[in-house]
Design a protein around this ligand. Structure first.
Ligand code: ADP
Ligand code: MG
Ligand code: ZN
Length: 484
């Protein structure tokens, strides 16, 4: 058996979150009527000149600064030539060398171990349009071209080949996605193609110095897809080498439904793109004050926020990770916490409600936290009603279901549905007496020393009170009565 080492490098394209495209004023709105967001520049009419969108440059630099990159103050654009029907210019405006950002890094934690992944570069470029092969479910026997996406700004990030497992690749991308979402420089929505990832994979026997033959996998549109594609590809390459075969340098496609990669084209005769300096865009120079101004706009990033949540609010590692997984959830949590008086007592309970009940609702309703029918203030109220004993945790779930359905406040629901917890001793004593009277077997068992038998009597009291009797009080009163 040969022991192999796995070598993985990622190329990530992220759509820059600006209102207009990178070289014209057209909107970047996703899902618009085909070819409605176009003009003479992004449809490449002869004689038109691109004008650089400053906001796009700012977004790339901010992203670079958050990932510890060096910012190259003198930057240029280049033309990368190729023919593709969704790009009528027959070239792409991109950056060759230097890119806007060089030599960054991102640290990830896998199986409790920290590892720093070096990132080669981030550069700014324009996206291409889209070919449409079907309308609704109707397959066409011709293709249509939609140029709405042509000229939308992209940042392309390329890592060093330093990732060594499918899990590391998954962690790298999750962490990257989360940082970029915090920065707001890309929405990183993979379903809308706003974050796309190509994966390069090779393997080599542990003792071998030089790299093995690398395969590039395209067309992966989810983070778990990246993990599965790499795992599949490693196994495929092992099998080829173990059986004495040879790998070829090629581009493969990930087939998500079949969970396998398939060859698309050989990469032996690599394309020569004939890069040359873009004559329509002059080189530009960035000042230190411009860059430092952008550095000041960087918000607290996920890792720092996670650490602060654990330290300041006493949260578990799990809760802090979940809550800081997006800026929107973390903001929601802190806003809700602001409404609560004793933060020390309520912080973990509030966190649990967000990570379990609210999260489950988002999963089934497909709503995002920004569209939550339950406001931060109402969730905070619910938590304080549990803490002050007005309702039990169990009843709270019923109230919460209503809150999510109608956006109403918990007090209103509790009042309308008469769900408040019963803490009136006179009432509880009466129900307890009834329950004891009807549970002769459990009572006898309890008296003969089998203390667990009290569970059945508690259950009966809760049933009789529709779950509304204060459980601590029920427990206390039953024990008093049974020990008489
Ligand atoms: P190309 O433009 O052909 O894709 P690049 O030089 O831009 O080539 O490299 C692309 C990616 O391939 C980088 O992320 C790099 O880390 C990765 N890479 C380079 N060599 C290997 C290798 N032997 N195995 C796996 N990944 C590699
Ligand atoms: Mg590549
Ligand atoms: Zn345009």
């Amino acid at each position: 058996m040969i022991n192999y080492e796995f070598i993985i490098g990622l190329e990530v394209h992220m759509q820059i979150n600006t209102k207009s495209k990178v070289f014209c004023e057209c909107s970047t709105q996703f899902g618009s009527e085909p070819n409605s967001n176009t003009c003479v520049i992004c449809t490449s009419q002869p004689g038109t000149i691109p004008i650089l969108n400053k906001k796009a440059v700012e977004a790339v630099i901010k992203t670079g600064l958050a990932l510890n990159f060096n910012i190259n103050k003198e930057s240029t654009f280049a033309r990368k030539q190729y023919f593709y029907p969704d790009s009528p210019k027959n070239y792409q405006i991109t950056q060759a060398n230097p890119p806007l950002c060089s030599k960054g890094k991102l640290s990830i934690v896998v199986e409790g171990k920290e590892k720093v992944i070096n990132i080669t570069r981030i550069h700014l470029e324009e996206d291409a349009g889209k070919l449409v092969h079907e309308i609704g479910s109707r397959k066409l026997d011709y293709s249509l071209i939609d140029l709405n996406r042509a000229g939308v700004g992209l940042m392309e990030l390329v890592t060093e080949p330093e990732i060594s497992s499918p899990e590391e690749a998954f962690e790298f991308l999750s962490e990257l996605k989360s940082i970029v979402e915090y920065l707001g420089t890309s929405e990183c929505n993979m379903e809308e193609g706003k974050m796309r990832c190509d994966v390069n994979v090779s393997i080599r026997p542990i003792e071998q110095k030089e790299y093995g033959i690398r395969v590039e996998i395209k067309n992966i549109n989810s983070l778990s897809g990246v993990r599965d594609a790499i795992a599949y590809e490693i196994e495929r390459q092992k099998e080829v080498l173990d059986s004495g075969g040879k790998l070829i340098q090629e581009t493969r496609l990930w087939k998500a439904e079949e969970k396998m990669t398939k060859s698309m084209r050989s990469k032996e005769g690599a394309l020569d793109y004939r890069y040359f300096p873009e004559p329509d865009l002059v080189p530009f120079e960035l000042s230190d004050s411009f860059i430092e101004g952008l550095r000041k706009e960087i918000p607290e990033l996920p890792k720092a926020r996670r650490t602060r949540f654990i330290k300041d609010y006493g949260l578990t590692e799990y809760a802090a990770s979940y809550l800081t997984s997006t800026k929107a959830i973390a903001d929601y949590y802190e806003k809700a916490l602001d409404y609560l008086e004793d933060k020390k007592v309520s912080s973990q309970l509030l966190a649990n409600w967000i990570s379990t009940e609210l999260n489950a609702k988002f999963n089934t309703s497909k709503l995002s936290i920004l569209e939550s029918p339950v406001s931060c203030q109402n969730l905070a109220k619910l938590v304080s009603l549990i803490l002050n004993g007005t309702i039990s945790g169990k009843i709270a779930k019923t109230v919460f279901d209503e809150m999510f359905k109608n956006s109403s406040s918990p007090e209103k629901i509790i009042k309308e549905k008469e769900l408040a917890q019963i803490s009136d001793e006179v009432i509880i004593v009466k129900i307890c007496e009834e329950a004891i009277f009807e549970s002769s077997k459990a009572v006898a068992e309890f008296k003969s020393g089998k203390e667990k038998a009290i569970g059945a009597i508690i259950g009966l009291v809760m049933k009789k009170s529709k779950g509304q009797a204060n459980p601590q009080l029920v427990n206390k009163i039953l024990i008093e009565k049974l020990k008489k």
